[in-house]
Design a protein around this ligand. Sequence first.
Ligand code: ADP
Ligand code: ADP
Length: 218
Amino acid sequence: MIEAENLTKRYGDRTAVDDLSFTVVPGRVTGFLGPNGAGKSTTMRLLLGLDRPHRGDARIHGRHYVDLPEPMRVVGALLEARAVHTGRSAYNHLLCLAQTQGISKKRLEEVVELVGLTGVARKRAGGFSLGMGQRLGIAAALLGDPSVLILDEPVNGLDPEGIVWIRTLMQRLAAEGRTVFVSSHLMNEMAVTAEHLIVIGRGRLIADCSTEEFIERS
Ligand code: ADP
Ligand code: ADP
């Protein structure tokens, strides 16, 4: 479970996130919808403890991110800026991450297959297309088998086949009882991905309702 309570974050005199409160529950994909610049990434960074809010609270399982036991096992995150600059193969890149987290090779191989990287796992990750880089980022987020997933625009740059693949994966992970919180600026994409929507604009909450209800309203 994810909770934002009166979250507020300013950059200079610009308010990126403005008194935002919402709860994201497990068992369904919750979409975080809003145009570019609405404050989605900033909110996700606050949830992940990468930034401090000026006001309010960001909690995961009732705690601040920094206070979570083994945060990487609890929360899997995909943020923007995800080009991997490495001469390593995708497999070795993930292996390094797995080893620092004490994750087994069996789990690593499972994840490579889950995200559809099997065919390119031995290729140099630094040379990946945006879409393959996305899949690699999602693989890294899934390594620890986290109960909460925070994914910032995960299908950006993916081809149609990749989009369907990742969408199906997110829905399956949610159906298994995980909390899946995924941002996008694309209404059409969220309409077929998410069961529930948190919609923001200019840092403020616009809607917090079922996707069906949001479509009816708009
Ligand atoms: P979104 O993810 O919805 O596109 P962001 O959270 O990236 O929105 O940005 C929200 C607002 O905050 C935008 O106006 C953006 O320009 C501003 N912003 C985000 N990060 C920074 C930063 N590090 N410094 C200054 N302004 C920022
Ligand atoms: P504690 O949990 O003991 O308050 P933390 O190390 O979590 O200590 O945080 C230190 C300070 O930063 C506290 O004042 C806390 O409220 C604030 N802080 C840290 N993370 C967050 C967050 N996600 N949301 C709001 N405030 C936070």
